[in-house]
Structures are given as C-alpha cells and as structure tokens.
Design a protein. Structure first.
Length: 307
C-alpha cells in the first residue's frame, strides 16, 4: 500500500509538471477588432454607448481604430445632426493597452413628432496594426421613436390568463412584448403569447383609440405557443366553443392595461383542431419583465393530447 501511495504522488507531480510546461498562447493571427452587435435606444433617453472590442494578448502594442458613421441600413435612415449626434470628438478610438474596449457615444434627438424608428450604421474602417475585423465590423443602431400614437401600449406585459377549461389548475401566466408595427401605426406586434418559452410568432393587434378596443383577427397564428407547434387564436364562448369567423376583441385602458375575454387557443400542427384552452386575460404593463414564460403548466394540461 505504501508503494502504491508513493507512486500515486509521483504520478500526480509528473502530471502537474507536464501541465505547467504546456503554455497556452493566443495565436496573434487571431487578434481582431469588432463591435459586440447591433443596438437600440429610445430617442428620449440619454446617450447610448456602442462598445468596440480589441481582442489581443496582454502586452500587445497600442492600437488605433477608425470608424465611419453612415446610413447603410435596411430601415429608414437617421440623419446626423437632425436625428442624432456623435459625441466622440474624433472618429478614432485609441486602445493604449493594446486590447479591451472603447466606446462610440451616440446622443439621439428627441423631437415632438412621430416619424417612426430610424437607423444609423457604424462601420470599423481601419486599425493601425492591420488586425482582422470580427463578425460585427458594422453595427446598426436603431433610434426608437417615442411619439408613436400607441406608445402607452409598447413595452412588456404580464398577462394573467384565467382558464375556462379547468379554472385555477389550468391558469397560465404569459410575458408578452409589444412593439410598433412598421407597416401600420394602428397596430402593435405581440410576441410571447403562450408558455412554450420560444418559437413564438409576432401577433398583430389593431387598436381603436376612440372606442378603446383592441382586435385580433380570427385564426391568427401565435407560433409554437405550447411546444406542440403552430397555435391559432380565436374568439370563443367558453371552453371549448371557438367562434371561427369572429374576430377577438378586448378593451384597453389609458394606463396601458388591457382586458381580453374569451381568448381561445387551437392546435394547428400536432393535434390539429383540438382546443388547448379558452382564457379570460388581464394585461398589466411591466417594463422590467423579460420574455421568459417560466410558469409551470399543470401536467394534466400538458399531457392530455399525448397518446
């Protein structure tokens, strides 16, 4: 036993020594400069910082990176001086340590008219050490217009969906994010209806600010709302009685809250034609919520379609 113990000690020391000698070095050919990704900012907010990263080893020489501001965008282009201002004094960033982050600062302009969201592009054009540019050599910055006529209803909702199928046990909690419909200012796009946690499709809700109502077209596809594939939205008369030819209509309040009763959900992929449930839904604006529907659904509800 003593001999085995001593051998194990020598083996451990040898392994540690061999690991010590295998120095892992970052290949200089892999050094790069890049943005972290695209960004967005409300026009009424403060300045937004767009980070630029230099990925290099400690002790690398200092590097300068130049950028340009443009309108190479898919949406409506923002105009410098009118829609935003670049706060940096020059279009060159300096990384004295040879690695790390620096920032391009953009100040959106808050105006009093609704012009829709606008975009600008930032492009990394050169660097003093000729490093490669990473996946994001261009970053698109979206300036979100806060004068949208439906601005009080744009944000994140916590939805209390009370079941008509099995009240209490089959109740659900949704987290739904709303955003402007670029095609129509009377509409918002609703994403997150259901509890699957992913696979959602944006659903169009049409607002009438005079009647204080919201309407969802009969048969609208909410995407993979429950992990069974496509799920359709219909008006209902209690569970499981769907009204296939009538739009779903609810009421809205000035504080941003909404109430939509008789909200029916029907399977359109697996178990096509089966009714998932009918709900009485109460919508509360919750700016801090994230699109993560984690409330556990009663097992009997999840499993009732499975053979």
């Amino acid at each position: 036993k003593k001999i085995v113990y001593i051998l194990l000690i020598f083996l451990a020391v040898g392994t540690f020594t061999s690991c010590e000698n295998e120095i892992i070095k970052f290949d200089e050919s892999k050094y790069f400069v890049a943005f972290l990704g695209n960004s967005s900012a409300p026009e009424q907010g403060g300045a937004i910082g767009i980070p630029v990263m230099v990925a290099a080893e400690l002790g690398s020489p200092a590097i300068n990176v130049t950028f340009t501001v443009g309108a190479d965008v898919l949406g409506t282009a923002a105009v410098e001086g009118s829609d935003f201002t670049v706060l940096n004094s020059t279009t060159e960033l300096t990384f004295a340590d040879g690695w790390g982050y620096d920032t391009i600062w953009i100040q959106p302009t808050d105006n009093d008219i609704f012009t829709g969201n606008k975009e600008l592009s930032l492009t990394l054009t050169s660097n003093s050490l000729d490093y490669d540019f990473g996946a994001f050599s261009t970053a698109i910055v979206t300036l979100i217009d806060n004068e949208h006529p439906l601005k009080d209803y744009i944000g994140t909702y916590t939805v209390d969906a009370k079941s008509y199928g099995v009240p209490g046990d089959w109740d659900e909690a949704w987290t739904v994010v709303t955003e402007a419909d670029p095609e129509d200012t009377n509409n918002l796009l609703f994403t997150g209806i259901g509890t699957s946690g992913g696979g959602y499709l944006p659903v169009i809700g049409t607002f009438d600010l005079e009647a204080m109502t919201i309407t969802f077209a009969a048969g609208t596809d909410a995407g993979d709302a429950y992990g069974y594939g496509s799920t359709l939205i219909y008006a209902a008369e209690g569970y499981p009685n769907l009204l296939k030819t009538i739009n779903l209509v609810g009421t809205i309040s000035e504080d941003g809250s909404m109430h939509v009763d008789q909200w029916g959900m029907e399977m359109n992929d697996q178990y096509k034609g089966d009714v998932w449930d009918v709900f009485d839904t109460y919508w509360t604006m919750n700016k801090s919520a994230s699109l993560s529907n984690s409330k556990k659904i009663n097992d009997s509800k999840l499993n009732r379609f499975r053979k």
